[in-house]
Design a protein around this ligand. Sequence first.
Ligand SMILES: Cc1cc2nc3c(=O)[nH]c(=O)nc-3n(C[C@H](O)[C@H](O)[C@H](O)COP(=O)(O)O)c2cc1C
Length: 220
Amino acid sequence: MSKLLYITANPKSDSKLSKGMQIGEVFLEEFKKEQPDVEIEHMHLYSMDIPEIDMDLLYSRAKLSFMGYTKDQLTEGERTKLEKMHALADRFIDADYYVFVTPIWNLGAPAILKSFMDCLFIAGKTFTYSEHGAEGLLTGRKAIHIQTRGGIYSIGRMVDFEMGDRYLSKALEFLGFELMETVFAEGMDHNPKMIPEIMAKAKEQAAKAAKEMAKLPVSL
Ligand SMILES: Cc1cc2nc3c(=O)[nH]c(=O)nc-3n(C[C@H](O)[C@H](O)[C@H](O)COP(=O)(O)O)c2cc1C
């Protein structure tokens, strides 16, 4: 049985309030039609305990990697946060398909997404160093990003200002993921009259992407 991780980075927990989550739900419905047995795990980042990289985490990494400490010699705070980070990474690794739903906020993704991704970058676990440089270890997994935007970033002068989808896509690529094209619904705050049309188009794209993704074999 395959597993799909549905990751939402939005304080809105009710999908009625979030356009991104409404598109995400269409994706999940279509995916389930293709793979009825798929196990879906929802990670709603705002209701999770995600450790920030602070002095405890910095020290725990330094102590274990080059200061000659063992895990037992870490302070309680260092050990607890390090264990949380690894547990989160293990939970993340244990899936085949990944759907990220985020809004663009101030040109990037909500900061909680960065904190979450920071927990996944663990040398020896999710990436490694070889003679070719850094190499992602999470190969064979498929991911898609559904992003909602108040303005327009697909054409015109704002193209280079979009850093939420660009960050997430590059971070996942670094970790070895195979990425599907991002589904975005844009311009909805600038042009509210167009919302029904923009949402319908994004839902159609999400449904199509779900069908395609569900057909792609995972090869972990
Ligand atoms: C704090 C905040 C910052 C935002 N920054 C941007 C932005 O930089 N660019 C943009 O196009 N829209 C921005 N928006 C608008 C949201 O991206 C847009 O309303 C989106 O549709 C929200 O998706 P949701 O309904 O899933 O929450 C911002 C909204 C908030 C609340």
